[in-house]
Write a new protein. Structure first.
Length: 318
């Protein structure tokens, strides 16, 4: 057992110095109505010297008018049943009229008196930073959700970190469902394997790639042109893969229909018994000839295409 004498307890000046440098203002208030009996000496820094020097009324009277009634009602409910601590965030008025966000907390006095022990802590800068971050996040989500393309971010295990409304609508999923799920949780293994391989190709290439991907929809397979790219942390290490995918299924269907129509038209032109030809508008050179035209003129289309009448016929005929 140690025989060293116990360390001396700090004197009151030490505690005063700690409180003076602390961002937390200590408060003692009435357990009947919340009237303030005591504010610690550092209150002037948070509330202004004039307001800090004259405690007296209920503490919530310095809360911003927009929040005062709600805070007072919540505090009254706490006074009626103080078993749980009271905690809230509110804008409180300084002596100069400025309102700043503060964290407020009260509980019954541990010493057993009828007073309430609590604190105020200035969190104004933090709240404003959170509000700015929330606005930026809401703006980003608005852009993502109104984009007419599928936008996604997945970690290196294929787990969705971001998924916009379009991709979830395309696959009949509830809003917010994809985030937290992995590719193989949603898609059949053969599709998920292809998507995962393309994501791995982005990491291997250490740069963006563009691929065509086919995914099964309720109305059949859809084809996407997907641009995928690495997302890097502050040290430059890839931690996720972003993707922007455009559904080109309708375009492909139109192109296929045009191609079928062209084949049908070509078949008619090629087999019609009369000569059919087309010339360009500038030099009147042949750009198309059907089989009947070849037989009538006695030349193959390879001999005819690119030439005009003066290349093929005597001047009086041309």
């Amino acid at each position: 057992m140690s025989t060293d004498p116990p360390a001396p307890r700090p004197d009151l000046a030490f505690y005063d110095a700690v409180i003076a440098s602390s961002p937390i203002v200590l408060v003692l208030a009435s357990g009947e109505d919340g009237s303030v009996h005591y504010l610690s000496d550092n209150a002037g820094r948070m509330l202004g010297d004039d307001l800090a020097a004259t405690p007296g009324g209920p503490w919530w009277e310095i809360v911003h008018p927009d929040e005062r009634d709600a805070v007072a009602a919540s505090f009254a409910a706490f006074l009626a049943d103080p078993a749980q601590a009271f905690a809230t965030m509110a804008r409180v008025r300084r002596a100069d009229g400025e309102h700043r966000w503060a964290a407020v907390r009260f509980r019954t006095d541990p010493s057993g008196s009828s007073d309430l022990a609590g604190f105020l802590m200035d969190v104004h800068d933090r709240v404003l930073a959170e509000q700015d971050a929330r606005r930026e996040r809401d703006l980003l989500h608005a852009v993502l959700d109104h984009a007419n393309v599928s936008i996604q971010v997945k970690d290196l295990d294929g787990r969705f970190l971001v998924a916009n409304r379009r991709i979830e609508e395309d696959f009949g999923l509830e809003p917010g469902f994809l985030v937290g799920h992995r590719l193989h949780d949603i898609w059949p293994a053969e599709e998920a394997d292809v998507f995962a391989a393309n994501d791995a190709a982005v990491v291997a290439a250490d740069g963006p790639i563009q691929v065509e991907e086919v995914a099964e929809h309720p109305d059949g397979p859809h084809t996407y042109v997907s641009t995928k790219f690495p997302l890097r942390d502050a040290e430059g290490r890839t931690f996720a893969v972003g993707g922007i995918a455009t559904d080109i299924t309708a375009r492909i269907r139109v192109e296929d229909e045009l191609r079928r129509s062209q084949v049908f038209l070509d078949s008619i032109i090629e087999n019609i018994p009369d000569m059919v030809f087309v010339k360009d508008a500038d030099e009147l050179r042949f750009v198309r000839f059907n089989r009947a035209g070849e037989e009538l003129i006695g030349r193959t289309r390879d001999e005819l295409i690119g030439r005009n009448d003066h290349d093929l016929f005597p001047p009086e005929q041309a």
